[in-house]
Design a protein around this ligand. Structure first.
Ligand SMILES: [Zn+2]
Length: 365
């Protein structure tokens, strides 16, 4: 049996291209070599990369939810950090430039990357991966806007949809739409108006980073599809404090809405007592499998969990489980789940088919 394909629901590709000039058409190992050789500050700022097109091929990563990731100026990390905004016009410009990155990437390298905005785009990509030929196969990119402040008014949602955005998360830090990571708070009137506009058009809502109160309100209010593209179960994480991971209540809310949760192989989200710079051998993909299993037990099936690696999103290979060297190693999660008693169909669902089902149901024809 061939390995199942993977769908990864969260990678900050455009952010890396614009911040660090990373070239994801080449292998992670090649990018690491080039950055090491030039003593690139990127390694200190964002770790050694985990991503590259040849790694997608080896790991059978068929589709990536590729983010527009931009932060408010108060969270700026230094002069190198070009992707932060002081006001909404600047946010609009930065988010827009990141979306352009995906258009350019897919225009320039059509054999390697395809923009996925519709079911027919999706089926064309998946047919490559499921077909008899050995590859290479194009990787589908589904644009996801993280933080939403690039949308100055709900009337602009149509334009973002036309340009390819299909998923929106209302928070990173807190936004004018709702409370976010380390900045708790409810949905605001602007947030409610944005949700209404999103539902009218058919966007998927990403609850990741939303404060628990705001996430509860959104679960009650939003009639459209809801996911958490990248978040783990807070209850399983040793020493965890904060509002970034998912409480059992929110997980239940997502399951009630037939949502899917992308689990994150980031050591701090698996063991909060693990600190950046520490050796990583105490953490493996077995820890990630525990989150998969926990949510599957709550759901009573294996149809509501997927992967949302967040690779290269502020951390690199130094901060992921010891058995992961690049994104291709996420395939190893499959055999760990098999040992836990999951059958081949479950494993295929968890690695990619659950996200595929979500996309098939929610992308426009
Ligand atoms: Zn994030």
């Amino acid at each position: 049996m061939p390995q199942p394909f993977i769908i990864d629901a969260h990678e900050d590709i455009a952010y890396n291209v614009l911040s660090f000039g990373r070239d994801y058409t080449r292998a992670a190992e090649e990018t690491r070599r080039i950055e090491r050789k030039s003593n690139s500050p990127t390694i200190a700022h964002n770790g050694n990369t985990l991503l590259g097109w040849p790694d997608y091929q080896r790991g059978r990563v068929a589709v990536v939810f590729s983010t527009l990731f931009v932060t408010p100026r108060r969270a700026r990390e230094g002069d190198w950090d070009t992707q932060s905004y002081a006001d909404f016009n600047e946010a609009h410009r930065l988010y827009s430039a990141q979306l352009d990155v995906y258009h350019e990437l897919t225009d320039r390298f059509p054999d390697q990357f395809h923009l996925v905005g519709s079911r027919s785009d999706l089926e064309a990509v998946i047919a490559h991966w499921q077909g008899p030929d050995a590859g290479p196969h194009p990787v589908g990119l589904v644009p996801l806007m993280e933080g939403a402040e690039g949308v100055r008014t709900p009337s602009e949602l149509e334009e973002w949809w036309e340009r390819g955005v299909r998923i929106i998360g209302l928070a990173w830090a807190g936004t004018r739409f709702c409370g976010g990571t380390r900045e708790p708070g409810p949905l605001t009137d602007d947030g409610r108006a944005l949700l209404k506009g999103m539902a009218d058009i058919g966007f998927t809502l990403d609850l990741s980073h939303m404060d628990e109160l705001a996430a509860h309100q959104a679960l009650d209010l939003y009639p459209g599809p809801i996911i958490a593209s990248h978040a783990n179960a807070a209850a399983l994480v040793r020493g965890y404090t904060g509002n970034r991971l998912l409480t059992d209540d929110i997980i239940r809310g997502l399951l009630d809405r037939d949502g899917i949760i992308g689990v994150v192989p980031f050591n701090r989200f698996l063991d909060f007592e693990w600190k950046k710079g520490e050796r990583r051998d105490s953490i493996t993909l077995t820890h990630l499998a525990a989150h998969v299993d926990y949510i599957c037990q709550m759901a009573g099936d294996a149809r509501h969990v997927g992967l949302g690696s967040d690779f290269d999103g502020g951390f690199g290979v130094e901060s992921v489980p010891a058995d992961v060297d690049t994104v291709a190693d996420l395939q190893k999660l499959g055999s760990i789940l098999t040992q836990k008693g999951y059958n081949n169909e479950d494993v295929a669902n968890l690695l990619g088919e659950n996200w595929l089902r979500h996309l098939r149901s929610n992308l426009p024809a």
